[in-house]
Design a protein around this ligand. Structure first.
Ligand code: NAD
Ligand code: ZN
Length: 256
């Protein structure tokens, strides 16, 4: 990474009043979870089960559980990588005010972040669509894999259980979206990390920070449509990039 760019970003981070981190699937590829675009990723192999279909049809629920249970293995064994760990250390040190993520893998929380807004929910939990009860995903996925029968809610007897993620055709949670927009408005520095930044709200949130006078740093090994409005763009791997910024930031602070 160009040392001048590292220093510039590290200085912004050291002196920012409110830094927010926004992440997409790219931050978890170094943990072995394929992103949306990877050919052969689980996301590209199966037919989409839309939310309405899931609610209406037992066959659709069976198909959904088959897909999700296979996909669950990708998440269940994955561990946070260097990028997640740097972001967790920044939160522990009071250097960032929160993480907004599109990811459903829960790796930010496992790394130690507490202030995480999950725009697309979490695959670590199962949510009853009828009574709202929540369950740990692991045992229910294991039960499905052993029986090939869609589990029913134990709280309301036979409620429809689904991963606590946002399905195609389902609205994003308004309260979470609202909080994310607020954070982006208040941020004087926003890192947009590992997102293709093409689909809303990912495509819109960084622009919110820019409109309110904050700086935008994009880290993505490919170009994104928001590169033109960013203050700095780093086209390199996320883990080593964040580690380099963290090291430089520590020296900026100790020299001041
Ligand atoms: P995306 O797949 O559209 O884009 C990922 C971006 O990250 C790409 O632009 C790619 O160039 C970049 N990237 C990947 N690995 C990188 C690395 N190691 N270093 C630097 N850049 C890297 O992701 P998105 O914008 O988050 O949209 C994907 C959608 O699919 C989201 O809705 C998300 O919820 C879902 N999804 C989630 C997961 C997960 O939870 N880990 C995984 C796949 C998809
Ligand atoms: Zn229920």
């Amino acid at each position: 990474m160009n040392p001048e760019v590292t220093t510039r970003i590290a200085v912004w981070l050291a002196w920012a009043k409110k830094t927010v981190v926004f992440t997409g699937a790219g931050i978890s590829t170094e943990s072995g979870i394929p992103d949306f675009r990877s050919p052969g990723g689980i996301w590209s192999k199966y037919r989409t089960v839309y939310y309405d279909e899931f609610l209406a049809s037992a066959d659709a629920r069976l198909e959904y559980w088959r897909q999700k249970s296979i996909g669950h293995r990708d998440f269940a064994g994955a561990q946070p990588n260097a990028g997640h760990c740097v972001i967790a250390q920044w939160e522990a040190a009071g250097r960032i005010h929160g993480v907004i993520t599109q990811n459903i893998d829960g790796l930010h929380q496992i790394a130690g972040n507490q202030n995480v807004l999950e725009l697309h929910g979490t695959a670590r939990q199962i949510l009853c669509q009828d009574c709202g009860a929540r369950f740990d995903a692991d045992p229910l996925v294991a039960e499905f894999l052993a029986t090939e029968r869609v589990p029913a809610c134990s709280h309301c007897a036979d409620g429809r259980l689904k991963h606590a993620t946002i399905s195609f055709g389902q609205a994003l949670p308004g309260d979470v979206l609202e909080k994310a927009a607020r954070l982006c408005e208040q941020a004087d520095l926003l890192f947009a990390i590992g997102s293709s930044l093409v689909v809303s709200p990912a495509a819109d949130l960084p622009a919110v920070t820019k409109r309110h006078g904050g700086r935008l740093v994009i880290i993505n090994r490919e170009t994104t449509p928001l590169g033109a409005i960013a203050d700095e763009v780093v086209h390199e791997s996320i883990g080593p990039t964040l580690a380099a910024i963290a090291r430089r930031c520590a020296t900026v602070i100790s020299d001041s």
